[in-house]
Structure formats: C-alpha cells, structure tokens
Design a protein around this ligand. Structure first.
Ligand SMILES: [Zn+2]
Length: 390
C-alpha cells in the first residue's frame, strides 16, 4: 500500500513520470549500501524524485538533500521541500546515469528505511545491469578474440540476475553488488566491447525444458567443472554436471592457473580444534578431482574430519579469502618426523559449477561461438529470448 505524504515548503515542478521511472523492463534491484541517518549529500546531476508510479519534483545539480529514517518511513528534505514515504527514487534528468558518492549508475537510486538505517538500491534494466557486471566479472580486456566469451558471460550474468530476482520478490532488493552474487560496479566501468556483447545478446537467458535454467559460473574449473550437488548440497540438476574442460584445459590460459598454498601445521591444528599434532592427512575426491573429505589423524590417536568442498576451502583460508579451489593435492614437509608445513598444489579458482569463465575465453580464442560455449558448460540447455513472443 502506498503511504505517502508530501509537505512542500515551496511550489515545485511535477514532471513527466516517464523520465523518473524509465528503468526499462525487466528490472533488477541491486543493494548499493546501508547508511545511518540523518545523512546529507549534494546531487551531482539535475535529477527527478518520485516513487514507483510517479515523479514529484526536480532537483538541480548541487542541491543538498538530507535523508532521515523514521520507523518504516523515509524522509528526504531540502531547504525548499520535504517528502516522506516508504521509498523514493531519484533519477538523472538528462544524463545516462546518476552519481552516488564516487560512482555513476544507470536507472535510478531507490532509498528506503531498513531498521534504523537507510537502504540504497540501484533499480535498473537487466541489460544495463549486465553491462555493469561484465568488466569486473570477465576482466577489462577488449581483445576481439574474447567477444564470444563475453557474449556467453552476458547470457550467464543475465540468467543469474533474473534467477535471483525470481527468488527475492518479497525482499527489498534482488542482488548484492559483490561476489556474494555478481560483482556490479555501475556505469563507469562499462567497456564498448562488453556493451556490444550485452547488446548482441539482449534479452537472452538460458532455459532447460521450457523453464529458466539455474545458472552458476566461476573463474576457472582447473580441468573439469563440478556437479552442483557436490558443492551446494542441492539435488542434482541435469545441466549442472561435471564437464571435462579439454586437455590441456581451455582455462589453462588463466594467470596463476596452477597455484600453491602453504600452512604451518599449528595453524591448521588450531583451526581443527585439535589438541595434538596432525601426523597424517587422507583425502577423498569427487569424480571431478576435487577434494571433498579430508581426515587429519592426530598424534594422540584421535581424528578430525572436514567434509564438503566449500568447508575444505574455508579451512585453508588466508587473508585473501578461501582457498582458490578444492582441486588440489596435498604435500607435507616434515621436520624431525613430524609434519611442519602443509603445502597444497592445485589448479583453477572458484567453486567449479557451471560456466568456466577462463575456459570460455580460451574457447572464444579458438573460434567457438557463444552458443557452443554455453552448450558445453550447460549441456542440454537452450537460449531463450525474453522479448520473443511465446
Ligand atoms: Zn575450465
């Protein structure tokens, strides 16, 4: 229900609702940040303010706005105007994007209350969103031989965005702006080749047997992708299965494709909550080659076990995050007969489910089309265009 009171201190111009709400369809809502209020900022552009249905006023560049929450309501105030409602949308009047702090965003900025804080969400068309994800997710390199990989990734990013949207209808936003979902950095990071890949695949998402597909992707599979149930514990999905990625792997062109990580035995002992030194390490692997069970035999005869690929990656975390991948072998450096250092030598990065981003680049460089790249990593799926009539 719309609950809105407008208290104007001065007359203001009501402009066309089109300029304010021309976010395109379908749209996604990306959480940009939460901040405590009152919060004052100056607009970097001429802008309109409204809600999901109408525009109430225009602001001029440099005008100062104060945002304040009051229960579930949010107030936006300037020296000449005070607006109170459940949410407000601010959009640039004449520019392609609207600035917030150091960045610009297509679509509009939506402010709402979230507990004691204000929540800022970027509402924009799915294709504008894809444009802002592709460079940080696929790299800024604009070599023409990467074009098919960028197109494949555009379909995957678009499919993932709309998958999250379907699951978040009752929530205040659809997507986080970082690796929790997909890295989205807005208008300023857009690249011409990446935009062209987005435009050439406009509206295209992956389908399987008449339904939108569940889509994941990752940096580099290291040689074989992983079945979804092995990583996320879900039911098996017929197109999210382990797929061999060539010999040598298509993703072997990734910098640091082969990696190693070293941990002192006391570090791992502490993380395991073990009261005695680790004397032996045994691993169990999935068919894809990833380690999914590690048993640590202790000097006092006890054993500690870590189950699950993601849990194992968390056990071997460092300051940069979880372990690059679960596709590794274990070496130990012994001193006086006891394990002093645990060395993991592996390939690839990420969870391994779905599209292999570096494999897609490798395939693109070999002349593979984006349709065939997608079929390889999501066998049995097909491309469906949102804008085609059913
Ligand atoms: Zn790969």
């Amino acid at each position: 229900m719309r609950d809105l009171r407008i208290l104007a201190f001065a007359a203001f111009l009501v402009v066309s609702a089109r300029a304010q709400n021309d976010c395109g369809a379908p749209t996604v809502r990306v959480a940009l940040e939460r901040f405590s209020t009152p919060f004052e900022f100056a607009l970097a552009d001429d802008a309109t303010i409204g809600d999901t249905t109408a525009t109430f006023a225009t602001f001029t560049k440099g005008e100062r706005l104060t945002v304040r929450t009051a229960g579930s309501m949010i107030e936006i105030r300037t020296p000449r105007l005070r607006l109170m409602g459940t949410s407000f949308r601010i959009a640039a009047l004449d520019a392609d994007a609207i600035a917030w702090r150091e960045r610009r965003y297509r679509g509009c900025l939506e402010f709402s209350a979230s507990g004691d804080d204000a929540l800022l969400v970027n509402v924009l068309s799915i294709d504008a969103y894809v444009r802002g994800c592709l460079p940080p997710e696929m790299g800024y390199n604009e070599s023409p031989d990467r074009f098919e990989a960028l197109k494949a990734a555009a379909v995957a990013v678009r499919s993932f965005g709309l998958m999250k949207k379907r699951a978040s209808a009752d929530l205040p936003y659809d997507l986080e702006r970082d690796v929790r979902d997909q890295v989205y950095e807005g208008y300023d990071v857009e690249k011409p080749l990446h935009n062209e890949a987005t435009d050439e695949t406009r509206g295209e998402i992956l389908y399987h047997q008449g339904e939108p597909a569940i889509v994941f992707y990752h940096g580099s599979c290291g040689g074989a992708t992983e079945a979804v149930e092995r990583v996320f514990g879900s039911d098996p999905i017929p197109y999210l299965v382990s797929v061999e990625d060539g010999d040598p792997p298509n993703c072997a062109i990734k910098p640091n494709f082969e990696w190693s990580a070293r941990f002192s035995e006391p570090t791992i002992r502490k993380r395991l909550g073990a009261g005695a030194p680790v004397v032996e390490i045994l691993t169990t692997r999935a068919a894809s080659g990833r380690v999914e069970r590690m048993s640590f035999r202790l000097q006092n005869g006890e054993e500690r076990t870590t189950e699950g690929q993601q849990e194992i990656r968390r056990l071997f975390r460092d300051e940069k995050g979880v372990l690059m991948s679960a596709r590794f072998r274990v070496e130990t450096v012994r001193r006086d007969g006891r394990i002093a250092t645990i060395v993991l030598r592996g390939t690839g990065s990420g969870h391994g489910v779905g599209l292999c981003q570096w494999g897609a680049i490798g395939l693109s460089q070999k002349g593979t089309t984006y349709e065939d790249i997608l079929k390889r990593y999501f066998p049995g799926t097909e491309i469906h265009n949102l804008y085609d009539a059913d």
